[in-house]
Design a protein around this ligand. Structure first.
Ligand SMILES: NC(=O)c1ccc[n+]([C@@H]2O[C@H](COP(=O)([O-])OP(=O)(O)OC[C@H]3O[C@@H](n4cnc5c(N)ncnc54)[C@H](OP(=O)(O)O)[C@@H]3O)[C@@H](O)[C@H]2O)c1
Length: 336
């Protein structure tokens, strides 16, 4: 089954996820969708110093938005900020230093942000990683899961009250078409049970983001949630984590602006807000969350178990319910 899924996925990808795919679909894009001024609206973007996140920050700054760049490295953040400010002419660009893999720090940051700022219109969960070795963070969580799923969960959950009291609130999560090859595995969030394959763990996290988006849309009707696939984009993440793929695809990869287009569209267009909440987008259109006949659908019980585990982990981190070394218990049956 996984060979079938992977083959179908790759053949689809060559058609759709490449630069050519973008050039074909973008012929139908409506330029007036970007005819908006977003002066006074605020946008938080994680991983905003590089690749798709930086191109998104640039696009939103050019439209007059206030941009909160959430980055883990101060020098890289400052460098990207100066570029954004000088090219956009917008000085409403702020840096926040946060490593999304540090679960407790994510919560502390979001709590602090909520106290300091009266509103946040749009949260863009963009930061992501693909680590090929199984490593744990200070709380004992596997690093890909901590960054791609737990960080996204805690940041979003903590900011939901702030988003809810803001005008036209939206949450966009940069997932990946790679998630199509994975079924949600609620019984092994820490990737302990099978051989550790970084690419598949990443794809599983991206499936988790799509499941979360659907869940959030169901329980928070005031906020517009979307997940999206940027296509295959030439960024440092791809060249470092998947060097062979990067080399093989060469200039068939999309530019960062092409990859960021749908994120920016979801963040600022009125057309995006008119679409139902909770969908998965590619090139400004909702697309299926599952490949045909791929058996990747989850039962309500599996989704419930997944969300309950995230909530329990989040509570453990927030309530200092950790062992003396700061570990939370991520593997015992109480979270299963
Ligand atoms: N490029 C593609 O083909 C592709 C396809 C599907 C999905 N995506 C998704 O697109 C998103 C953006 O990636 P990209 O391709 O634009 O790669 P990128 O240029 O390498 O950007 C990734 C960003 O995430 C940041 N980041 C990573 N780990 C972090 C952490 N623990 N805390 C805070 N920030 C962290 C990076 O910071 P540093 O600069 O400090 O490393 C960087 O700013 C990711 O979620 C990725 O999974 C990309």
């Amino acid at each position: 089954m996984s060979l079938y899924r992977n083959t179908i996925w790759f053949l689809n990808g060559i058609q759709q996820y490449t630069r050519k795919g973008y050039e074909a679909t973008s012929k139908d894009f409506k330029t007036k969708d970007f005819d908006v001024s977003v002066v006074g609206r605020s946008y938080m973007i994680t991983g905003a110093n590089s690749g798709i996140g930086k191109a998104t920050a640039m696009g939103l700054a050019k439209k007059g938005g206030t941009v909160h760049m959430v980055c883990r490295n101060k020098d890289r953040a400052e460098e990207a900020k100066s570029e954004i400010v000088s090219e956009s002419g917008n000085t409403e660009v702020y840096i926040h230093i946060l490593d999304m893999s540090q679960t407790r720090k994510v919560w502390e940051f979001a709590e602090g942000f909520k106290k300091e700022y009266p509103s946040l219109n749009v949260l863009i969960n963009n930061a992501g990683c693909m680590m090929h070795k199984r490593e744990l963070n200070a709380e004992g969580l596997e690093m890909n899961f901590a960054t791609n799923t737990m960080g996204v969960y805690i940041l979003t959950q903590t900011l939901i009250p702030l988003l809810q009291k803001s005008q036209d609130p939206r949450v966009i999560t940069v997932s990946s078409g790679g998630m199509l090859v994975q079924k949600l595995r609620a019984d092994d969030l820490q990737s302990e049970k099978a051989h550790f394959d970084g690419i598949m763990v990443y794809a599983q996290n991206k499936r988790q983001q799509v499941a979360l988006t659907e869940h959030w849309a169901n329980v928070n009707p005031v906020i517009h949630f979307s997940a999206m696939h940027p296509g295959w984009v030439d960024t440092p993440a791809v060249s470092t984590a998947m060097p062979q793929f990067h080399q093989m695809m060469g200039d068939r990869l999309r530019s960062v602006d092409q990859g960021a287009d749908t994120v920016v569209w979801l963040a600022l267009s009125r057309a995006a807000a008119r679409k139902p909440s909770g969908q998965f987008f590619q090139d400004r259109k909702p697309v299926p969350k599952h490949l045909p006949l791929a058996w990747t659908h989850s039962s309500a019980e599996e989704i419930h178990s997944f969300i309950t585990q995230l909530e329990n982990l989040a509570r453990a981190v927030q309530s200092h319910d950790a062992d003396p070394e700061g570990h939370v218990d991520a593997s015992t049956p109480q979270f299963a």
